[in-house]
Ligand binder design. Structure first.
Ligand code: SF4
Length: 688
């Protein structure tokens, strides 16, 4: 039947873009996507969506979708059948494992694929190929936040729900361009400002939309958030504005912690942040006076050499002021991708099985050995940052990567590309021939969210189901099926008939989401972890206690690591981040006509002062050079940035790709690249 003859279908799905996790019905007729219809009962968004969720779906039917497996022949690819691709993958992976050991193999899962698919990826790495070398791209964004929360409160997720953010008396936003990166969540804050007189403090380098809506906007020097946060905390304690009874009852480590914040005086903070003491005192008093505070943060905090420490400092401040375990309060690292939370929750990380159960813990490992019927390695594997170095060192020989354009989104991509070229064998599974796929030996065609069943976990730890709306295009397959085929080719006997069976197995091995079942997630129903076996979920964490043996949270002492210097020659600090219209490297959104006609290409925001000094206008083409590479991009003069700060959106995979400039330096605790610590010099190439 022609497309026109076929019936109109409505299917519930979850947005494929950001971590807010908007859900809605998608109307389809044949392969045509007619419209997106949000529903009142959608837990994260109700009847709202942003431009990406509403109009960002053309990529699904793009001519550029991969429809067949590809196998490299010299400099080109040729189409192949699945069986041939699987044979080749199995022979190569087994051969490399035999010749160089199991840890010569590596596996990368994706924050865009489902929980079930991340579960299977780590199971494949661990139980079939015998290595813990498995990771996902949450290491490029929010792993430092998870680390900061594990240190202090014991759960690596948002304390409450998006509705708590809406109810807070005061919202503190640090290093997050929320209105563009998490639009629907930002809408909730904007409406609370109007309807509930909610107060908003924003700390950022850039005067973005949330900054201009804030009651108080502070612009500390890049990488100095830990200093003002610690100074604010010290001021609160020195002036007896802290929550003494909360601390006495629920928090350990106060005495030692107080010693370590001694140095963060107002003088010290003024000197190192560029803020005035009045600004710091004002922020401290507003936080202390509010009954409920929610702290939100994102990449402006985490993508630094001290990203985990600054995340820890935020949590310390919330502990000191008693802002945990009650509605309208807590810490909210805003997750980037739709399933960045789930990719780690389901164990695609080198040190933990699903539910953050340590691979080094014998009891836990034995549980998984019994569950999976194989022996498992108790040695922590390589994270994705270490993998790149290990390839350069000749220790890592093969990589199987799904759903991530690592060759664009990792930092210092010239170095990453050189690593890809050194791999003996590289399999990339994606919906498009991405930049990364160009380096592959085998490319496998996967299916996007609309073509499969599964679950995603949004920033509020909320499991939501997506239902298949379309058949996989061409010969493409859902990632879970491909992973299962590869496992079985390698001798496993997996026989999952549906992702629900994968979830059943994962839940049976993971106390954190023991009670998650597809039945409990029907339609718009959702569950927030931890979920007990009887299905009781946890919209708000820490109400009774913190998940440490004595039930108490821990103040965790941290010190400040100043931003990296690149030498006087590189005189401009290059900040970077998202745009509302595009998503990350743009592989999906640039294929949506409506979006691309509005925002056709990348640009560099420069301040009016810099424009004046260098003779720049909007449209002037410039070359930026860092110690690591070069980009070409045209300028946009705007007062969103000031002085020698420039801002380059990250949504370009060509000559304007930010990671041509960034370095391989990383957060010292989690290896998250220090994307926000890069300087460059500028030359004018062409005046407009
Ligand atoms: Fe999708 Fe995020 Fe926009 Fe919601 S806010 S529609 S989840 S991109």
């Amino acid at each position: 039947a022609s497309m026109r003859d076929s019936k109109i279908e409505k299917t519930k799905t979850v947005c494929t873009y950001c971590g807010v996790g908007c859900s809605f019905d998608v109307w389809t007729q044949g392969r045509e996507i007619l419209k997106i219809e949000p529903q009142e009962e959608a837990p994260a968004n109700g009847i709202s969506t942003c431009v990406k969720g509403k109009f960002g779906w053309d990529f699904v039917n793009s001519e550029q979708r991969l429809k067949k497996p590809l196998i490299r022949e010299g400099d080109a690819f040729r189409e192949a059948e699945w069986e041939e691709a699987y044979e080749l993958i199995n022979n190569k992976m087994q051969g490399i494992s035999r010749d160089h050991g199991k840890d010569a193999l590596s596996f990368i899962s994706s924050s865009k694929t489902t929980n079930e698919e991340s579960y299977l990826m780590q199971k494949l790495a661990r139980s079939v190929f015998g290595t813990n070398n498995v990771d996902n791209c949450s290491r490029y964004c929010q792993t430092p936040a998870t680390e900061g929360l594990f240190r202090t409160v014991g759960h690596g997720g948002d304390s409450g729900s998006i509705t708590d953010i809406q109810e807070a008396e005061l919202v503190l936003v640090i290093g997050s361009n929320t209105a563009e990166s998490h639009p629907v969540l930002a809408t909730r804050v904007k409406s609370s400002q109007k309807l509930r007189n909610q107060k908003l403090i924003v700390s950022d380098l850039r005067r973005h939309e949330m900054a201009s809506r804030a009651d108080v906007f502070i612009q500390p020097k890049s990488g100095s958030d830990l200093v003002w946060l610690s100074a604010v905390t010290k001021y609160i304690v020195d002036n007896n504005l802290h929550d003494a009874s909360f601390i006495a009852e629920k928090v350990n480590g106060m005495e030692e912690y107080l010693q370590t914040i001694e140095k963060f005086t107002l003088d010290y903070a003024e000197k190192n942040t560029g803020l005035t003491r009045e600004e710091i005192i004002n922020v401290a008093e507003m936080i202390a006076e509010a009954d409920t505070v929610c702290s939100l943060w994102a990449m402006g905090v985490t993508q630094h050499v001290g990203g985990s420490d600054t995340s820890t400092a935020i949590s310390n401040l919330m502990l000191i002021t008693g802002n945990y375990g009650k509605p309208g309060a807590g810490t909210y690292p805003l997750r980037g991708h739709n399933n960045v939370q789930g990719a780690s929750d389901f164990g695609s990380m080198p040190n933990a099985f699903p539910g953050y159960q340590k691979v080094t813990d014998d009891k836990i490992r034995h549980k998984f050995e019994k569950g999976w019927g194989t022996e498992l390695s108790g040695e922590i594997g390589l994270n994705n940052h270490q993998m790149v170095d290990a390839i350069h060192d000749g220790k890592l020989k093969a990589m199987y990567l799904k759903g991530e354009d690592m060759g664009i989104v990792d930092s210092n991509i010239n170095y990453v590309h050189a690593a890809f070229e050194k791999l003996d064998f590289f399999v990339v599974q994606d919906i498009f021939l991405s930049k990364t796929a160009e380096f592959a030996d085998v490319v496998l065609p996967a299916s996007p969210s609309l073509e499969k069943d599964g679950t995603f976990t949004n920033t509020e730890r909320r499991f939501q189901r997506l239902y298949q709306a379309l058949e996989p295009l061409g010969d493409s397959k859902p990632d879970w099926k491909i992973i299962m085929d590869i496992a079985n080719k390698a001798g496993a006997s997996w026989n999952y008939a549906h992702p629900s069976e994968v979830m059943e197995e994962a839940a049976s091995l993971t106390p954190l989401f023991a009670g998650v079942t597809y039945e409990r997630l029907e339609g718009y129903n959702s569950l927030q972890w931890p979920v007990e076996a009887d299905g009781t979920d946890t919209p708000l964490l820490f109400e009774k206690e913190f998940p440490f043996p004595d039930g108490k949270a821990r103040l965790y002492s941290v010190d400040w690591t100043p931003i990296l210097e690149h030498g006087d020659e590189y005189d401009l600090h290059v900040n970077n981040g998202r745009l509302l219209e595009h998503f990350h490297e743009g592989n999906m959104t640039y294929k949506s006509d409506g979006i691309t006609s509005k925002t056709p290409g990348n640009f560099l925001e420069v301040s009016p002062e810099l424009a004046e000094e260098r003779g720049l206008e909007s449209g002037t083409l410039v070359r930026l050079t860092s110690p690591y590479g070069v980009v070409k991009v045209s300028c946009l003069v705007t007062d969103r940035v000031k002085g020698k700060e420039v801002y380059l959106p990250m949504n370009d995979s060509g000559e304007g790709a930010i990671n041509l400039l960034t370095s391989s330096y990383a957060d010292k605790d989690t290896d998250t690249p220090a994307y926000k610590e890069i300087s460059a010099k500028m030359e004018i190439l062409k005046v407009k």
